[in-house]
Ligand binder design. Structure first.
Ligand code: 5GP
Ligand code: ZN
Length: 112
């Protein structure tokens, strides 16, 4: 999508600090980290949120979780939180599906 921030990051129109990339997804460091390690993992296909995952587009979600497992292991991270905010009231500010990977500090529950 031409006016989507994360599609622009995928296209290289906006720079990012990349941690991993393949044909299906991109992992990069959040510009405003909420933990010592804060990655975002996004599909290259524009999917607006985890509220619109369907049988047609869900394979990339499984792939992203494989990437999260591999990447965290490579980074030496064994304890982490994966978050996907869906909708403004849930805290979503960028309408392109993304998974936050947060690590390096103790987490509280429930989230705010
Ligand atoms: P959301 O609020 O939608 O769950 O998460 C969006 C995330 O994108 C936020 O954590 C925010 O800091 C991050 N973000 C917004 N703009 C940029 C950017 O230009 N570059 C990077 N690396 N992260 C961004
Ligand atoms: Zn997009």
């Amino acid at each position: 999508m031409s006016d989507c921030l994360f599609c622009k990051i995928i296209a290289g129109e906006i720079p990012s600090n990349k941690a991993y990339e393949d044909g299906q997804c991109l992992a990069f460091y959040d510009i405003d980290p909420q933990a010592p390690t804060h990655l975002l993992v996004i599909p290259k296909e524009h999917i607006p949120s985890c509220g619109v995952v369907t049988p047609e587009n869900s394979a990339v979600v499984a792939h992203i979780f494989e990437v999260i497992s591999r990447l965290t292991a490579q980074l030496g991270i064994s304890q982490f939180r994966v978050v996907s905010n869906c909708g403004e009231a849930a805290g979503q500010s960028v309408p392109h599906l993304h998974f936050h990977v947060l690590a390096g500090r103790d987490m509280t529950w429930p989230p705010g």
